[in-house]
Design a binder for this molecule. Structure first.
Ligand code: T5A
Length: 211
């Protein structure tokens, strides 16, 4: 059986990934594909527990290195238990974030060394790479406006990483752009400042070569 297709979505805070991930799953299923949706960190019992620990606002914040190791532990479990088996069964896997988030957030954002992060990423996911990565790029203004609107609508507050500050978010946006420049075949950058329908048109087009 042919291996399935692995698509990941990346971007900064409030770029609209989760919205587009859901649309992509529905559209692929309408075309008759079997699709497994995953998110990072999460997607297995262990990884969801790690997500809870990372997002916890009450207790001690993890230091940069433990934050990195927690994300990688979650990823290793997700790849082994969910992503690999689905791809081996010929299914599509669409993931809301994957290893590029570690390079952008922990590397460009927190300042941990990129070379080591790349090796650790490869180790954690047994060298698995996405076939296509859709990078949704938004301006800081769009990101802030969407996060504030969501907070007001859901009565929630920004989490620890969302609150990391303008400079952190500028570094991570520039980091994502660097990653896309280095791998233009795999990483497609989409201007995601427009409305959901406008962004969706570009997302759907970018998957054409795999359908
Ligand atoms: N992280 C993750 C690391 O630091 N390292 C890693 O290795 C990994 C894997 C995960 C956090 O962990 C970090 C990154 C993150 O900070 P999370 O809660 O999963 O935490 O956060 P995000 O991945 O950032 O996901 P969000 O759900 O917060 O944001 P999305 O997916 O970008 O956006 P979405 O679709 O939920 O939309 C946000 C809001 O905007 C609206 C939506 O309705 C929603 O209210 N919206 C739009 N509005 C206007 N126009 C559009 N085009 C819109 N699209 C969405």
């Amino acid at each position: 059986m042919a291996r399935g297709t692995f698509i990941t979505f990346e971007g900064g805070e409030g770029c609209g990934k989760s919205t587009q991930v859901r649309r992509l799953k529905e559209a692929l299923e309408r075309e008759g594909h079997e699709v497994v949706l995953t998110r990072e960190p999460g997607g297995t019992w262990l990884a969801e527990e790690i997500r809870r620990l990372i997002k916890d606002q009450e207790s001690d914040a993890p230091c940069d290195r433990s934050e990195l190791l927690l994300f990688l532990a979650a990823r290793a479990q997700l790849v082994k238990n969910v992503i690999r088996p689905a791809l081996d069964a010929g299914k599509w896997v669409v993931s809301d974030r994957f290893s590029d988030s570690t390079l952008a957030y922990q590397g460009y954002g927190r300042g941990l060394p990129l070379g080591i992060l790349k090796e650790m990423n490869a180790f954690a996911c047994e060298n698995l790479k996405p076939d296509l990565t859709i990078l949704l790029d938004v301006s800081p203004e769009t990101s802030q406006a969407r996060l504030h609107a969501r907070e007001a609508a859901t009565h929630t507050v920004a989490d620890r990483i969302e609150q990391a500050g303008d400079e952190f978010h500028a570094r991570l946006r520039a980091g994502f752009a660097e990653l896309a420049k280095a791998e233009p075949e795999r990483i497609v950058t989409i201007d995601a400042n427009g409305g959901p329908n406008e962004v969706w048109e570009d997302v759907w087009k970018s998957t054409r070569r795999f359908r």
